[in-house]
Ligand binder design. Structure first.
Ligand code: RUQ
Ligand code: CUA
Length: 655
C-alpha cells in the first residue's frame, strides 16, 4: 500500500515537473523538425485544394464531434451530437428536441469521448461514425453522408459509458461498456456494500446493415470493476472483444490509492460470437428497464423518441468459454489490437512497460486450462502463458497505442509526455518524440482497423500552455501532427482543437467526399408542415397555438407580414427553405425568442417555438448572409393583447 502510494505521488510530481518546465519547449523543437521549412510544404494545402483525410475529434465536455482536415488542421464543422447547438438550432428546434430525450428526461449536454468509423471486412467504409455520451450513457450514430446525428440510443444499467463506442469488423455491433459499476438493477443500498454486489454491464448494440439502426442485443453483466476502454478483435481474433479494467480491487472511495493496490488488473476477453449464439438459442434473461431510443428521419426532417422497457442480460458464468480475464499491469487505459488481430495491448498507465498479449497463446491457454484462479467464476488466464512480449520503453504512463501499415506501433506516454514508436513482434523501441504537452490519445487514420493509413499520427495533448497566443485562463487543447512515413517521426504541425478531444478517428477523404449530400430534395420532404411551393404558405390557429407554415428563398420569407398573434400564444414557425442549390442555407431569428435561431438547409423544414410576451410589432430576419439582398430578408409580426379579436392574416407584398 505504501509503495503504491509513493509511486503515485512520484508519477504526479513528474507530471507537474514536465508541465511546468515545458514553458520553453516551444522553442526547443528545432531538432524535431518543427522549424524545418520543408515541413511547411507537408501541411500546406493551397487555397482551393482539399485535404487528404477527414479527422473526427471528440469534443469531450462540448458533447459534440468536430471535423478537421489533415494535414492542414483546418476545422470544417462541429457536428452537434449530445449538446444543444444554437448555431443550427439542434436540440432547440421542435424536430431535434426528441434527440436529447433520455430516461432522465431532456438532457441537453454530455461528455463525448471516443468516435469510431464503421467498417466492412475490417476496413473503414465511410458510412457512419459512432460516438459515446459518457455521462448519461448513450451511443450516437452520425451519417457520413449528411454529417448529421441520425440516432441516439441510451444504454441502461450503465454509468460513465466509457469503454465505448467501438465497432466490430463488419459493424455487426457497436459496443458500449460501463466505466462505473453500479447496482443492477439500480436500488437503494449502502455504498460500502459495493464489493461483490455491483455489476459492470458491457452492451452489444446490433447495427442494421441497411439503415444503420441500433438495437441493444444483449448486455454481459460482469464483475463490479471499472471498464475503461475496449477494442474489437480483427482478422484471426474477429468474434472477440477486449476491455481494459481497473479498480479490480472494487474500492468505493479514494480510488487514486485504493484502486491502485493490485499489481495487475485485467483485460476482459469476450467471445461475443459465442454469446450471440447463446442468446439466439434463447439464452439470457430479460430484465425490465427503461431507456430512450431516438431516431432522426432525413425525409420528415424530424426525430422521434421511443422508450424501451426491457433489455436482455447474460450472466457470463453461465456460458462456458465466453469470457476470460487476461492479467495486465497496472490500471490499464487503452486496449488496442494490432491490424493482424494477434496482439492485444494493455497500456498500463501506472506502469513503465507495455504488456502485449498473444491471441494465439490466449486460445492455447484456454484450451489447456492454464488458469490462475478466477474472479467471480470467470477464469483468469495465467499471465506468463499468454504474454507475447513487453516493450521496455523507459517512458512513463503508457496510455494508448495505434498502428501503421508497416508493422510499427505508436504509444503515447502521458507522464513522460512523448510518443514512442516500436516494432510489433520484436518490441524494440525505434524512435521517440516529445509532445507539447501531456499527450492523452493519439490517432492514425484507420488505426483501429485492419488497414491503417500510416502517413500521419495526431497526438491529442491535454495541456496547451504556451503553444498559441494566450486567450486568458481557458485555452483550447492542442493537437500535434507527426509525419510517420520515415523511420523517425517528424513533428510537422500544431493546431488547436475544440472542447477536449479524448480520442479521434480519421479516414481518407476519397471514401467520403463524393458521397457527401449537397441538398435535401424538396420533392422528398415529408415534413407535415413543409411548404414546397410558396403559394401554400399559411397560418392556422388552434386555441392559443399558432402554426406558421412559412417558406424562404432568396431573398424573402412567405409570408413576411403576419397579424392576429396575441400575447400568450405559442407560435410555431415551421420554415421550409425552398432553395435547391448547394450551400444556400437561410437562417431565422425572432426577437425575444427563448429558444434559438435556426439554420435551415436547402429543401429542409425546421420548427422553432416563439412565445410573444409583449404587445407591438416585432421583426424577424434571416441570419445567414444568403445574397446581396440578405439584409432585405426580413418581416414583421403584429402582437396584440391577449383579449383582442383581430383576425389572423398574413401576406407578402400585400397579397
Ligand atoms: S479517454 S484521455 Cu483516455 Cu475517454 Cu479521455
Ligand atoms: Cu436568407 Cu439571408
Amino acid at each position: 500500500m505504501k509503495t503504491t502510494f509513493k509511486l503515485i505521488m512520484l508519477l504526479l510530481s513528474a507530471t507537474f515537473l514536465l508541465s511546468s518546465c515545458g514553458n520553453n519547449n516551444g522553442k526547443s523543437s528545432g531538432s524535431d523538425g518543427a522549424l524545418r521549412s520543408s515541413n511547411a510544404e507537408k501541411v500546406y494545402v493551397a487555397p482551393g485544394e482539399h485535404d487528404e483525410f477527414y479527422a473526427f475529434m471528440s469534443g469531450g465536455y462540448s458533447g459534440n464531434l468536430t471535423v478537421y482536415g489533415l494535414p492542414s488542421g483546418r476545422m470544417f464543422k462541429e457536428i452537434p451530437v449530445f449538446s444543444q447547438f444554437p448555431t443550427s438550432g439542434y436540440g432547440y428546434s421542435e424536430e431535434t428536441v426528441p434527440m436529447l430525450n433520455t430516461s432522465f428526461g431532456f438532457v441537453p449536454w454530455d461528455d463525448s469521448h471516443h468516435p469510431d468509423i464503421s467498417q466492412t471486412n475490417g476496413e473503414l467504409d465511410g458510412r457512419w461514425i459512432f460516438i459515446n455520451g459518457n455521462n448519461t450513457p448513450r451511443i450516437a450514430r452520425i451519417s457520413l453522408k449528411t454529417f448529421e446525428t441520425e440516432e441516439i440510443i441510451e444504454v441502461p444499467n450503465s454509468a460513465g459509458n466509457h469503454s465505448s463506442s467501438f465497432v466490430t469488423e463488419n459493424t455487426e455491433y457497436v459496443v458500449a461498456g460501463t466505466r462505473f459499476s453500479i447496482p443492477v438493477p439500480q436500488k437503494d443500498m449502502p455504498i460500502s456494500e459495493y464489493k461483490g454486489n455491483f455489476k459492470g454491464a458491457l452492451s452489444f448494440i446490433k447495427v442494421d446493415q441497411e439503415t444503420g439502426r441500433m438495437a441493444i442485443k444483449f448486455q454481459v453483466l460482469m464483475p463490479g470493476f471499472n471498464y475503461d476502454l475496449s477494442h474489437p478483435g480483427r482478422n484471426k481474433s474477429h468474434g472477440w472483444f477486449f476491455f481494459t479494467t481497473y479498480n479490480t480491487e472494487e474500492a468505493n472511495s479514494l480510488l487514486e490509492v485504493n484502486a491502485s493496490q493490485n499489481d495487475k488488473d485485467f483485460i476482459a476477453a469476450i467471445n461475443w460470437k459465442k454469446i450471440e449464439e447463446y442468446v439466439n438459442n434463447g439464452g439470457g434473461k430479460i430484465m425490465p428497464t427503461n431507456y430512450a431510443h431516438n431516431v432522426y428521419d432525413e425525409h420528415s426532417h424530424s426525430a422521434t423518441s421511443t422508450m424501451i422497457k426491457e433489455v436482455l442480460t447474460v450472466d457470463p458464468t453461465e456460458i462456458p468459454g465466453a469470457v476470460y480475464l487476461l492479467p495486465t499491469p497496472k490500471s490499464p487505459h487503452g486496449c488496442d489490437v494490432d491490424p493482424s488481430g494477434e496482439y492485444i495491448i494493455g497500456n498500463g498507465k501506472l506502469s513503465a512497460d507495455l504488456t502485449i498479449h498473444s491471441f494465439t497463446k490466449m486460445l492455447d491457454a484456454i484450451e489447456n486450462k492454464k488458469f490462475d484462479g478466477d474472479a467471480y467464476g470467470i477464469p483468469i488466464l495465467n499471465f506468463e502463458d499468454i504474454l507475447a512480449g513487453t516493450v521496455k520503453s523507459g517512458g512513463l504512463g503508457p496510455l494508448h497505442t495505434e498502428f501503421d501499415d508497416k508493422g510499427n506501433a505508436y504509444t503515447t506516454f502521458f507522464i513522460s509526455s512523448e510518443v514512442v514508436k516500436w516494432k510489433v513482434g520484436t518490441w524494440e523501441v525505434i524512435d521517440r518524440k516529445p509532445t507539447y504537452y501531456s499527450v492523452g490519445h493519439l490517432m492514425i487514420p484507420g488505426g483501429n482497423s485492419r488497414k491503417p493509413f500510416g502517413k500521419y499520427v495526431v497526438a491529442m495533448n491535454k495541456i496547451t500552455k504556451d503553444r498559441y497566443l494566450p486567450t486568458g485562463p481557458e485555452l483550447e487543447h492542442s493537437a500535434q501532427l507527426y509525419d510517420i512515413t520515415g523511420d523517425k517521426m517528424e513533428l510537422i504541425y500544431d493546431f488547436p482543437t475544440h472542447g477536449e478531444p479524448h480520442y479521434a478517428a480519421a479516414i481518407p477523404a476519397d471514401l467520403i467526399k463524393d458521397n457527401s449530400q449537397k441538398i435535401y430534395r424538396l420533392d422528398e420532404n415529408k415534413h407535415p408542415y413543409a411548404v414546397t411551393n410558396q403559394s401554400d404558405a399559411k397560418v392556422t390557429r388552434n386555441g392559443n397555438e399558432v402554426h406558421i407554415s412559412m417558406s424562404m428563398i432568396r431573398s424573402h420569407f412567405t409570408p413576411d407580414n403576419i397579424e392576429g398573434i396575441k400575447v400568450g400564444d405559442k407560435v410555431y414557425f415551421h420554415i421550409t427553405n425552398l432553395e435547391q442549390d448547394f450551400d444556400v442555407p437561410h437562417g431565422f431569428a425572432m426577437i425575444g425568442a427563448n429558444t434559438s435561431e435556426i439554420l435551415v438547409m436547402p429543401g429542409q423544414t425546421k420548427t422553432i417555438l416563439w412565445e410573444p410576451k409583449q404587445v407591438g410589432v416585432w421583426p424577424f430576419y434571416c441570419t445567414d448572409f444568403c445574397s446581396a439582398l440578405h439584409q432585405e430578408m426580413q418581416g414583421y409580426i403584429r402582437v396584440s393583447p391577449k383579449e383582442s379579436n383581430i383576425d389572423l392574416s398574413w401576406s407578402l407584398d400585400g397579397e
